[in-house]
Design a protein around this ligand. Structure first.
Ligand code: IVH
Length: 714
């Protein structure tokens, strides 16, 4: 392509900026602007770097780059694979630029026994509606579970353009410059390759490299790293890639993210392809046919674990057939087709020094065990979870007892029991009936296990915990506003409600003058806060800290209701028991009646509504939630009824949801489509009465673009 004359480029740059300033930010406009920027920025770069002949002044250039970054963040769906931001990293906020994964990076469910593994296989069989024989034919690939950091590598036209950490699973940090220093990451894939592909794997430091690095750290008077995983994380997030280059990080590739061409039909075939492209694939990876073989592999690795030059914490089992993987999809944050079988928990014995009661953001009083420090499988443990009053009573755990402590995977250490007979006399633990933070009386409702402080927003612990939750990573994710700062600002009277966070700018000078702060850090904090005046709806919902609304429920709600205004109206209407809105809320897959009750209770409180109003007044924009995938079913409500014969209910539901539809259990005037299985009864009649479209199962498969029905059995 011939280069455009320089004055043409300059005119285009000016027009783009002027046009964008004038126009509203619509999706279509953003997409068009991103496309133009993708052509314009490289041309400006070339003029500047290769021809030493800048076409526009620095300010114009920076404005264009900022526009590109902003649009990518606001309209991630339209971010281009060959985006200019992929090649030149311009930090948006914090040291590393954030980047959205094209396909989210998820985690894995854990199992700890043969029994639980068999449960995993049966769930697959049930979801797919397989008979015994078909279930026995399922085959898996077993791979060591590397204890490192997962990473996503994007290749466009075979070239490595970007590497991103997992982050919150949706968005990670761009660490491309550092990753380019790794020998295990090919810069160019061997042909043939798809146009765009995300390759996932684990970055780790070998045990040998870890020991050498720590020896060097100590020699240089620096703090040694606690374990290879921490050392790898520290090395990857270096601001200076020449430091990363000196740390011998390695990579095992093991999964696929986005790919715009068909991949291998099996997972083992895909691993083979990764090897051909030039990646290291763990040499121990192997196929296993059943639970017995899975267990045998587990036993083998338990024996060989200590001899490996890298840390592993279990084995990952993945269903080999990729078409079946596709059908199974994801539940929450983990795939239905893979599982991590973890090595047994590590245990130790130590003394319980005291039991402290902590107050959570919803007022729950949680007992925490303080222990005499003890080494549990390489980690020093000083605290453990005690769950609740009943657990303490059931295990008869008393202050002063010797207790068994165990660590399983990433979870908080647990006390599994008391060493009996007791070596000294101790008293049963009396759970307090008042809040240790504010003195208000505590309540334990019938049928619940948790004591709750009745102080509400007068309880400083609850207020503080809510704020801490509000700025946490999956919520507003505000850099520089840590727990200690929140406590400090709260004591100063600057922070009481979430909206106050956005008014901290008024205290910038006071903040700068405080111990441990300065002009720059105060400015950075104010900027980090300002950057969050635009926020995704799901983050906002999660940030509100409503009981039982974790990240995945927040996402379900955001997707279902689409916009803040709609969600809010619907929640308030749902207060009426038996209303359409209440029924709709309770029938969202994954929500159910208990969670519906919590949401309604939250909106019933005037102070919660006022807090939300106050907050939204401070926000510039709440980003509407996109449907999970563009599809003809986006926003439609579907009901399945009768007996489905070529797929199970859960699969039908999952497919519909993947295509952007909501699945409901009851037919109402809001239903768009009723899919009729065999012997469909009253719901079919109701659909006809209401004049709602119906179709049979075969037509549904065509509409949903599902492969032709598997042959009927018998
Ligand atoms: S597959 C959707 N394979 O384990 C598939 N993960 O607990 C997700 N991990 O975040 C990942 N070794 O960081 C996979 N052979 C392996 C792995 C592996 C280590 C990590 C990975 C993931 C975490 C989930």
């Amino acid at each position: 392509m011939a280069a455009a004359p320089t004055d043409e480029l300059a005119a285009q740059a000016r027009a783009l900026l002027a046009d964008y300033a004038a126009d509203a930010q619509t999706e279509a406009h953003a997409a068009a602007t991103l496309t133009q920027l993708a052509a314009l920025l490289p041309a400006l770069d070339a003029a500047y770097h290769q021809h030493d002949a800048p076409v526009v002044d620095d300010a114009t250039y920076d404005a264009l780059r900022r526009l590109n970054t902003r649009l990518e963040l606001e309209f991630p769906r339209h971010a281009l694979a060959h985006s200019p931001s992929a090649t030149v990293g311009a930090p948006a906020s914090g040291p590393f630029r954030r980047h959205r994964h094209m396909v989210p990076m998820l985690s894995l469910d854990n199992v700890f026994s043969r029994e639980e593994f068999e449960g995993f296989v049966s769930r697959i069989a049930r979801f797919l509606g397989l008979g015994d024989e078909q279930a026995r034919a399922l085959s898996f690939v077993a791979e060591p579970k590397i204890d490192g950091l997962s990473i996503s590598l994007t290749y466009v036209h075979g070239r490595f353009v970007r590497g991103t950490t997992r982050g919150d699973g949706t968005e990670g940090e761009d660490v491309t410059a550092n990753l380019r220093t790794l020998r295990d990451i090919p810069n160019q894939l061997a042909t043939p390759f798809p146009d765009t592909i995300e390759i996932r794997g684990e970055i780790f430091l070998s045990k040998q490299a870890f020991l050498e690095l720590n020896a060097a750290q100590e020699e240089a008077g620096e703090k040694p790293f606690a374990n290879p995983r921490n050392a790898a994380a520290g090395s990857l997030r270096q601001l200076d890639p020449t430091i990363t280059a000196k740390r011998p990080l390695s990579l095992f590739a093991y999964a696929a993210g986005y790919c715009d061409a068909p991949l291998a039909a099996t997972h083992h075939g895909y691993l083979e392809q990764l090897r051909i492209w030039g990646f290291q694939v763990n040499p121990l990876s192997t196929q296993v046919k059943d639970a017995q073989a899975a267990e045998a592999f587990m036993e083998r690795l338990t024996r060989e674990r200590s001899g490996l030059d890298y840390d592993i914490d279990g084995v990952v089992y993945k269903l080999d057939d990729r078409a079946l993987q596709e059908r199974l999809g994801f539940a929450g944050r983990a795939p239905r087709w893979a599982v991590a079988w973890k090595f047994p928990a590590e245990q130790a014995i130590t003394r319980l020094e005291k039991i402290d009661i902590q107050v959570g953001r919803t007022g729950a009083l949680t007992p925490v065990a303080f222990l005499e420090p003890v080494n549990v499988g390489g980690v020093i443990v000083t605290r453990a979870s005690l769950h609740n009053e009943d657990e303490i009573a059931r295990k008869d755990i008393r202050v002063g007892d010797l207790v068994h402590v165990q660590r399983a995977g990433d979870v908080i250490p647990q006390i599994t029991g008391v060493v009996l007979p007791r070596d000294r006399e101790t008293q049963p633990f009396a759970f307090p009936h008042t809040c240790p933070a504010c003195g208000a009386h505590a309540e334990r409702p019938e049928g619940e296990v948790v004591w709750r402080c009745s102080g509400g927003l007068t309880c400083p612990a609850q207020v503080m915990e809510r704020l801490i939750h509000f700025v946490s990573r999956d919520a507003f994710d505000i850099d520089g506003l840590g727990d200690r700062t929140i406590v400090e600002f709260h004591e100063l009277g600057w922070l009481r409600t979430p909206a106050d966070i956005f008014r901290l700018g008024a205290h910038e000078e006071d903040i700068a003058a405080r111990d441990g702060w300065g002009k720059v850090s105060a400015r950075n904090l104010v900027n980090a806060i300002a950057a969050r005046r635009t926020i995704e709806l799901s983050r906002l919902i999660y940030a509100l800290g409503i009981r039982r609304i974790g990240t995945s429920n927040a996402r379900l709600l955001a997707r279902h209701y689409g916009s803040l205004a709609n969600w809010r109206t619907q929640m308030e209407k749902a207060a009426v028991v038996g209303s359409d809105e209440r029924l709709e809320l309770g029938s969202i897959t994954g929500i159910g009646t208990t969670i519906a009750d919590e949401l309604v209770a939250f909106f019933a409180e005037a102070h919660n509504r006022a807090t939300l109003d106050d907050l939204t007044g401070e926000l510039t924009r709440v980003l509407d939630e996109e449907a999970p995938e563009e599809g003809n079913l986006s926003g439609k409500t579907i009901v399945f009824t009768g007996t489905l014969t070529t797929m199970t209910r859960p699969e039908a539901r999952a497919v519909a949801e993947r295509l952007g539809a909501r699945v409901s259990d009851s037919v109402s005037k809001k239903t768009d489509l009723v899919v009729l299985g065999e012997k469909a009864g009253s719901k079919a009649r109701k659909a006809t009465e209401l004049g709602i479209e119906t179709m049979d199962e075969a037509s549904w498969r065509i509409l949903a673009d599902m492969p032709p029905a598997p042959e009927a059995e018998g």
